[in-house]
Design a protein around this ligand. Structure first.
Ligand code: MEV
Length: 437
């Protein structure tokens, strides 16, 4: 049965109720639910097999973003993140895009780039010619160590040569192996392939190979997302839809032209993307470095997204970035919560996962720049901050919301005030008068 990811009031439910909704959505067993709740899941022994010098486990909150409609299909999106407001903001933004029909996405074939640094050749261009004229042999050699990726239809696709004539160490030839890694992120496969090719390249050219490693600028493996929000959906008591569209477009252009703003703008995008990347057990450092390098591809660091007003006066946004993600291999299958995250997403395809991440980035970006361009970011942040202060001051259960309400109404969101309110409320609960009530 196809469910809707539009679950009004999801955030108001208890954690247990939310977990039960998600478990039903993904068909999780009670054992799997216990994993999500942190009662089982990654154990110290598994951690010991994953990294060196392991001493324990480091946990993060796991949430799901609601309201996502992508290419006509509903998604609940698992996100692991410590930062408050991200889940609420992205779900709210996805609801707005839903009013415009949801997101449409696309992605490239999962092509990774492996680099080989060739030095000490007499003539870089002659070496380049030798490599190109032996391309078929080199591609076959790369495939010969491709293992299960080749069996699943992936493998070596092409070889590019990039002469670099001026450098501090003289001329060098950089050779790129383009390798389709299917549903794997593919770091191991591509590194194995370039290490295997290196001696063949030395024999062909008479040169010396130094580095053999993948590039995290995976610009052959991009994902794209686009969506529309009707102007009236952006209207509030304080601002008209038309003015909100204009202010959001202005904010987007600011990031396009100014690297200082683009860095923060893209950080907001990565708030969303990283959280999905982490939840699915993928390498978020690889995604981060690729995204920022791509943002600087023209020579000036710029925004990863674009915002404009369409002919009907509605807001449109799009995003494109490299997203080398896997649904097999690495931690995606070793980390118990990561495989459950893929179950919640109901996908085992790396390309689909990358497209989902692109939509999350676009939605997160909209949420941030909409808030910044209208009421300011602190409004929502302060409510969440007030919650954290209430809990730090000793409130629990229903008292948390009461303390938050009172501090917000008073405009006095400080730990001291939270403590005094907790004291007052606890005293009134325990006073004889209230006991008699
Ligand atoms: C905070 O984590 C992210 C923002 O700064 C992003 C932005 O400024 O666009 C709100």
């Amino acid at each position: 049965m196809e469910h809707s990811s539009r679950i009004p009031g999801f955030y108001k439910r208890s954690l247990a109720e939310r977990a039960a909704i998600v478990a039903q959505w993904a068909g999780l067993s009670s054992q799997e639910q216990a994993t999500l709740l942190g009662m089982s899941g990654l154990n110290a022994q598994q951690a010991d097999n994953m990294i060196e010098n392991a001493i324990g486990i480091y946990a993060l909150p796991l949430g799901v973003a609601t309201n996502f409609l992508i290419n006509g299909r509903d998604y609940l999106i698992p996100m692991a993140i410590e930062e408050p407001s991200v889940l609420a903001a992205v779900s709210n933004a996805a609801r707005l895009f839903r009013e415009g029909g949801g997101f449409t996405t696309s992605s490239d074939e999962p092509i990774m780039i492996g680099q080989i640094q060739l030095l000490d050749v007499e003539n870089v261009y002659v070496a380049a010619g030798q490599i190109i004229s032996n391309k078929a042999m080199l591609l076959a050699e790369a495939d010969s160590v491709g293992g299960s990726i080749v069996k699943h239809g992936g493998g070596a696709r092409d070889i590019d040569v990039r002469p670099i004539m001026n450098s501090a160490i003289g001329p060098m030839l950089i050779i790129h192996l383009l390798f389709d890694t299917r549903d794997a992120m593919g770091a191991n496969a591509i590194n194995t392939a370039v290490e295997h090719l290196a001696p063949h390249i030395e024999t062909l050219t008479g040169g010396r190979v130094n580095l053999r490693i993948l590039s995290n600028l995976t610009d052959q493996r991009k994902a794209r997302a686009e969506g529309m929000i009707p102007a009236q959906a952006l209207a509030t008591d304080a601002i008209s839809g038309e003015d909100a569209v204009r202010a959001i477009v202005e904010a987007g252009v600011f990031a396009e032209v100014d690297p200082y703003r683009a860095t923060t703008h893209n950080k907001g995008i990565m708030n969303g993307i990283d959280a999905v990347v982490i939840a699915t057990g993928n390498d978020w450092r690889a995604i981060e470095s690729g995204a920022h390098a791509y943002a600087a591809r023209s020579g000036q660091y710029t925004s990863l997204s674009k915002w404009w007003q369409d002919d009907d006066g509605n807001l449109r946004g799009s995003i494109e970035l490299p997203l080398a993600l896997g649904t097999v291999g690495g931690a995606t299958r070793v980390h118990p919560s990561a495989s459950l995250a893929l179950r919640i997403l109901k996908t085992q395809s790396a390309r689909e996962l990358s497209e989902v991440c692109a939509t999350v980035g676009l939605a997160q970006n909209l949420a941030a720049i909409r808030a910044l361009a209208t009421e300011g970011i602190q409004h929502g942040h302060m409510r969440m901050h007030a919650r954290q202060l209430a809990v730090a001051a000793g409130a629990s259960g229903a008292m948390v919301s009461r303390v938050v309400e009172m501090m917000t109404r008073e405009g006095n969101i400080r730990l001291e005030r939270a403590k005094s309110l907790v004291l007052e409320l606890s005293e009134s609960i325990h006073s004889p008068a209230s006991a008699a009530d």
